[in-house]
Design a protein around this ligand. Structure first.
Ligand code: NAI
Ligand code: MG
Length: 340
């Protein structure tokens, strides 16, 4: 309904924009340049968040900011992280907190690459559960700082959380030409969590008779990613395995400069958040060497999720056909924007 209303000039999307740190703001500026070029009516609402702001103000993410972000139609994020902030502060306090608060339970990462020396090409989407597993923060220390120190870090898996993620993956697989979904886990060793995932997968599969299914252990999947990625169409996996597998996916398909991701709330009770897989790259920040393609692809995914399919396809094609475009961050952004 939104696109129809928009065509009649009745809707202007409100897009929350979090540039963040390092190259984050640089690549997001180019992504917005490309969104401008599509002619979509939108209002960017800028949020100053990240390590730089934390060091200046001591604040990571206020409740007020979360409520502001919650009222957006979608959110575009660059990267968060500065070398002077201790590990965990921004990851837990900002990135993970946004995923939990906005219930962004699906992390979607597409991988596309032509055939190369190692394999016959890649065209797959990884669906990573984004709010549970080992990343929920269950665990703690006993006798911290002593020789008898104990640390535990649990993996929390709920039937509800696993099922809604798996159902989204089946729906996505059903919408693609190959209609194939692979569960990736380590069911032979993680016999509790793995069992819940496998049973849930098998149960939901009965609702999608047109989708063919497969299963791979995560370690085997790492080999297949490199040597036989064509065996995959859609993959569904848990939070930790998904984090690692998608970095590997980025490495086999176009590199870190092209890896885009969506943190989705498929029930649409709030905005979804789109961000490049790469970080703030402090080593190249300010030099104009950052590749903005991942951020631009994120903007395309954002448009797609809003239902602006035509604009999204124009953005994706412009990026996928930009191998000849060289230059600084801003030059690449401008050239891609011209082609949209
Ligand atoms: P990184 O992705 O920032 O950089 C890794 C390497 O890839 C660097 O050599 C960098 O120059 C290069 N690189 C990254 N993006 C690039 C781009 N668009 N174009 C060209 N080269 C690019 O990962 P790193 O170095 O581990 O982390 C740096 C900071 O970013 C840390 O503070 C980390 O916590 C944070 N980070 C944030 C993420 C997020 O916001 N979701 C994700 C990953 C890291
Ligand atoms: Mg990662």
């Amino acid at each position: 309904m939104l696109p129809l209303l928009r065509e009649r000039g009745l809707v202007t999307y409100r897009i929350g924009v979090i540039g963040g740190d390092g190259i984050g703001p640089e690549v997001i500026a180019e992504a917005l340049k490309v969104v401008d070029a599509t002619g979509i009516a939108y209002e960017p609402v800028t949020y100053d968040l990240g390590g730089t702001r934390y060091l200046a103000t001591g604040e990571v993410l206020s409740d007020e900011t979360i409520e502001g972000l919650r009222s957006m139609d979608a959110i575009l994020l660059g990267a968060i992280g500065t070398p002077d902030v201790p590990p965990g502060v921004l990851e837990r306090g900002l990135l993970l907190r946004l995923r939990f608060e906005l219930d962004l339970f699906v992390n979607l990462r597409p991988f596309l690459a032509p055939a190369g020396p190692l394999n016959d090409g890649v065209d797959m989407i990884v669906i990573r559960e984004n709010t549970e597993g080992t990343y929920l923060g269950e665990g703690g220390f006993l006798r911290k700082g002593t020789p008898q120190e104990v640390a535990t870090q649990g993996s929390l898996n709920t039937r509800f959380g696993v099922e809604r993620c798996i159902r989204y993956a089946f729906e996505l697989a059903e919408s693609r030409p190959r209609k194939h979904l692979t569960l990736v886990h380590k069911t032979n060793v993680l016999t509790f969590a793995g069992d819940l995932w496998q049973r849930t997968f098998d149960a939901v599969a009965t609702e999608f008779p047109s989708v063919t299914t497969g299963y791979d252990h995560v370690d085997a999947a790492c080999i297949h990613f490199v040597q036989r990625p064509e065996r995959y169409d859609v993959i569904v996996t848990d939070n930790l395995f998904g984090d690692i597998l998608t970095d590997l996916g980025g490495a086999i398909a176009g590199g870190i400069g092209r890896a885009a991701s969506g943190n989705l709330n498929p029930s649409r009770t709030g905005p979804s958040l789109f961000e490049p897989v790469h970080g703030s790259a402090p080593d190249i920040a300010g030099t104009g060497a950052a590749d903005p393609r991942a951020a631009i692809l994120c903007a395309g995914m954002l448009l797609e999720f809003l239902g602006e399919t035509k604009a999204a396809q124009r953005v994706a094609s412009a990026v996928n056909e930009s191998d000849d475009v060289l230059g600084s961050t801003a030059e690449i952004g401008s050239r891609i924007a011209e082609r949209v």
